[in-house]
Design a protein around this ligand. Structure first.
Ligand SMILES: Nc1ncnc2c1ncn2[C@@H]1O[C@H](COP(=O)(O)OP(=O)(O)OP(=O)(O)O)[C@@H](O)[C@H]1O
Length: 225
């Protein structure tokens, strides 16, 4: 995943705000990367660009060799949005199966089924329930399962522990680490130190710009001049 000279402006005229400015970032496959920074620093905006649901005002965002906005299948890039975006009338299990029913499995698809993944995330008992009748924490873990079951090259997870207690944070972490070990680049926007602590690398945003990158990002070293 490569971001080069990325700038994102929201709003127009006098209300225009530069929410990302001059972001350069390269992340390789099979890494769990935490995206940290204060509220309003631009984490969700960057997630939306990588997931292709928004386009940069300037610069380029490429995932698995394609411009992010041109990617249409969750086998390439899957998203856990902050507001989850489950289909409320479908069961949690049906929501998890949707990406692979609508498209093809990605290169990092798990060997075991959706039921096993829901079991490992502590959602099996309520998997038959319509999403709208599950607790927020259960919904969030099902939305995580939906992204990971797709087996994507890149998984973008916006605050995946935001509605979880300590025990369920451990289950979420185990699932995202397993996905990274299968080869998925997992980019996690988070305020949660437990997630940052488990990550292979950490990227810190400040006021729309990259303030620091540390750890093993899996990016190839820059070419010699
Ligand atoms: N449509 C918009 N119009 C104007 N400003 C926007 C718009 N969307 C986001 N912003 C602003 O962009 C900045 C970055 O927002 P973003 O949601 O990316 O931050 P964040 O780091 O994810 O925050 P949080 O941790 O609170 O989720 C914020 O100041 C926000 O108010």
């Amino acid at each position: 995943m490569h971001l080069d000279g990325v700038r994102l402006v929201r709003g127009s005229g006098a209300a225009a705000t530069e929410v990302l400015r001059g972001v350069d970032l390269a992340l390789g496959p099979g890494r769990l990367v935490a995206l940290a920074g204060r509220s309003g620093s631009g984490k969700s905006s960057l997630c939306h660009l990588v997931a292709g649901v928004a386009r940069p005002s300037a610069g380029t965002v490429r995932v698995a060799g394609h411009p992010a906005h041109a990617v249409r299948d969750w086998g390439t890039v899957a998203l856990l949005p902050q507001r989850l975006a489950l289909v409320p009338e479908l069961s949690l299990a049906e929501n998890v199966l949707l990406p692979r029913r609508l498209g093809r499995a990605g290169p990092c698809a798990p060997q075991d089924g959706a039921g096993d993944l829901l079991d490992r995330l502590g959602v099996a008992r309520v998997a038959h329930r319509p999403a709208q009748e599950a607790s927020l924490g259960e919904q969030q873990r099902a939305a995580l399962a939906r992204a990971l079951h797709a087996g994507p090259a890149v998984a973008v997870l916006d605050e995946p522990t935001g509605h979880q207690d300590d025990d369920h944070v451990a289950l979420v972490l185990a699932a995202v680490v397993a996905a990274a070990r299968r080869g998925t680049l997992v980019l996690v926007a988070t305020h949660d130190e437990r997630v940052s602590g488990a990550a292979d690398a950490r990227v810190r945003l400040h006021d729309g710009a990259v303030e620091a990158v540390e750890g093993d990002t899996g990016a190839p070293p820059p070419a010699a001049p």
